[in-house]
Design a protein around this ligand. Sequence first.
Ligand code: UDP
Ligand code: MG
Length: 326
Amino acid sequence: MTKNEPEAAEPELSVVAPVHNEAENIAPLLNRLAAALEGCVSSFEVVFVDDGSTDATLQELRAANQRDPRVRALSLSRNFGKEIAIAAGLDHVKGAATVIMDADLQHPPETIRKFVELWRAGYKNVYGERVSHTSDSRLRQVLTQRFYRLFESLSDTDLPEGAGDFRLLDASAVRALRTMREHARFSKGLYAWIGFKSIGVPFEVEPRAHGATKYNYLRLTNFALDGLMSFSTLPLKVWSFIGLGTSIFALALATFYLVRTLLLGVDVPGYASLIVSVTFFAGIQLLSLGIVGEYIGRIFAEVKRRPLYLVEERIGVAPVAPDDQI
Ligand code: UDP
Ligand code: MG
């Protein structure tokens, strides 16, 4: 433990909340959190990860730390995205258990009481299960559902229905997650991948307290691709089967034309079928090349072995992780 660590004792519960331009939400969140956790756990800390906010979030966090030293914060050097912000938070928590939650009050702090009960009963991976998505737009709800279906059919990792980032993890599960330094992070998949004794707790998603969602459809699509590609190689393998199928078909077609030519002579027409098959297969080849490219791009990003994130400012948090020595 280093000198700039205000509290020597390790708290029973740590709360990690990634924040990107959430200035108005910090004080209300802390009020509700403190009320919900008082009496439920013996001690707690809240570790905010400021993910490159451009509003007054950082000032709010400094003020909150002044008021209550149990509130700590890391400020990343730029916007790294929520998934990486969560990883940064998990690297720095000290609690015997850690809760991950959004800072926009969509995740009701009162649910944490149930998480803690189940954790004390021996569960190490207690996840919140959304019972309704009504705060999301209809299109987003439909697309989310489609994505989960697709993920299920492509990947060997089972994602529990409705489970997201809002969850409690035992310190052992947190240690397991810290070993996974991948850049294209799909946290929901990682939580499922590590296993541990898991259980779901249903909760109602509340409407966002202030501000707007940071996830537009483009960002959600990229996130979905990251998820699929880091948990499945089926999109790569499928081309071998398509290739085999088309080769067999082409061979059969060649035999057919050979026999027909031998029996009936040369037949010039066939321009249309030629063009159709040329463009069709050109399309398939570009598509398969593109998918291979997506994976290569991700391999490239990983082999560079850059740190997952860079910390610009620490508020009551000591450097701990190997990625955090700058
Ligand atoms: N967030 C973040 N970095 C980002 C985008 C979002 O740390 O680049 C945080 C955000 O401040 C919030 C949480 O992640 O605490 C969830 O984000 P948001 O509410 O925008 O997502 P949604 O609830 O729509 O999925
Ligand atoms: Mg939200």
